[in-house]
Write a protein that binds this ligand. Structure first.
Ligand code: FES
Length: 112
């Protein structure tokens, strides 16, 4: 695992997602009610861009076909099965950092 700097906290808007490429991993970062969540950026169904989805509490709804996931666990809300990886995030100063497995995170992180 390795930590990567993602962005300045002030660039995030409550209730909206932001997509990042961290090495080879697409990540969706969400700020919701002063909490940060990070998951796979691509929906487990057909790869929809979860960062563009609707956030409601701790639920993210994919913008393409409406699959819903728990932001805390990555579980699909209909099946209860874990379908998304989730990542630890923390704020250091005014910067948001994310922990990603090393093999998929070599290289810089970039907002996309
Ligand atoms: S791609 Fe997300 S619900 Fe279909």
């Amino acid at each position: 695992m390795a930590w990567h700097q993602l962005c300045n906290l002030s660039t995030l808007k409550n209730g909206q997602g932001q997509e990042f490429l961290v090495g080879k991993t697409i990540v969706a970062l969400f700020l919701q009610d002063s909490k940060l969540y990070a998951t796979d950026g691509m929906c487990a169904h057909q790869g929809g861009p979860l960062a563009q989805g609707l956030v409601d509490g701790e639920c993210i709804t994919c913008p393409w076909h409406g699959w819903q996931y728990d932001l805390n666990t990555g579980n699909n809300l209909r099946t209860g099965k874990k379908m998304l990886d989730r990542y630890d995030v923390e704020v250091r100063g005014d910067q948001v950092w994310i922990e990603i497995p090393c093999e998929s995170s070599e290289g810089a992180s970039t907002a996309i």
